[in-house]
Design a binder for this molecule. Sequence first.
Ligand SMILES: CCCCCCCCCCCCCC(=O)SCCNC(=O)CCNC(=O)[C@H](O)C(C)(C)COP(=O)(O)OP(=O)(O)OC[C@H]1O[C@@H](n2cnc3c(N)ncnc32)[C@H](O)[C@@H]1OP(=O)(O)O
Length: 213
Amino acid sequence: MQFILEDIAEAEVERRRGVYTPLTDTVRDLVDAVIRTEVGEDALAVAQRRIAEIVADLRSEQMDGPYGVRHTRENTGMAWGNAVIGVRNALAPPLNVEHVDDGVRCEFTLGAAYEGPPGCVHGGVCAMLLDHLLGNAASYESACYTGTITIRYLRPTRLGALTARAWVTEQTGRKRIARGTISDAEGVTCEAEGVFIVPRSALDAPPVRWSAG
Ligand SMILES: CCCCCCCCCCCCCC(=O)SCCNC(=O)CCNC(=O)[C@H](O)C(C)(C)COP(=O)(O)OP(=O)(O)OC[C@H]1O[C@@H](n2cnc3c(N)ncnc32)[C@H](O)[C@@H]1OP(=O)(O)O
């Protein structure tokens, strides 16, 4: 398990981000459209064929395996396949994580693709987002792995506009305790506490900013 050095300038990172973001956003839109479409079966068959053609075009040149977790020499993170923040991953909401004084925060909107209970966010999705955010807050010197995470669901989280934040409460050696919440307009819907460990192999690695994919 290794991070990959992508030896490119920051301007090139931004250029590539500008190329992939609209593509990924459109695929996200496609996922939502498939869930909510009410067109007839003939139109569905046509759509399926057209989408299969596009998939074949994209598959004509593919990298082996996943995108990997990359970073530049300036230590800008490029976790572009990441399930939560990946610029090239349409399954990621995505979270655009902002570093604030006491940790990290982000505002995001979850639509039909994240439904669990009727009209509400799937509990596993809340857990995944909190896991990432707490991990991000704990990864201020080097990337941490989740050791243990506990989620308390206080009330259902409605699909729509949400805010999440996370912060570190304790650090001992390679171990950090982080806490975090997801909130809607009425307040906190679920909260998490987790133990995050800096792997021994990462002790000498420079810090990477993972905020934007
Ligand atoms: C990841 C990068 C992604 C890129 C995006 C970046 C954004 C960042 C966001 C990323 C967010 C997403 C993150 C993801 O998705 S990470 C993916 C999910 N997590 C994993 O796959 C982790 C798998 N486990 C391991 O690799 C090892 O077991 C680790 C590294 C965790 C510990 O193995 P290690 O051999 O190093 O441990 P040690 O025995 O020396 O113990 C050291 C201390 O730790 C305490 N301890 C040990 N295990 C646990 C445990 N399970 N719970 C609670 N505490 C535990 C232990 O008691 C001791 O404490 P103390 O006795 O000293 O007090």
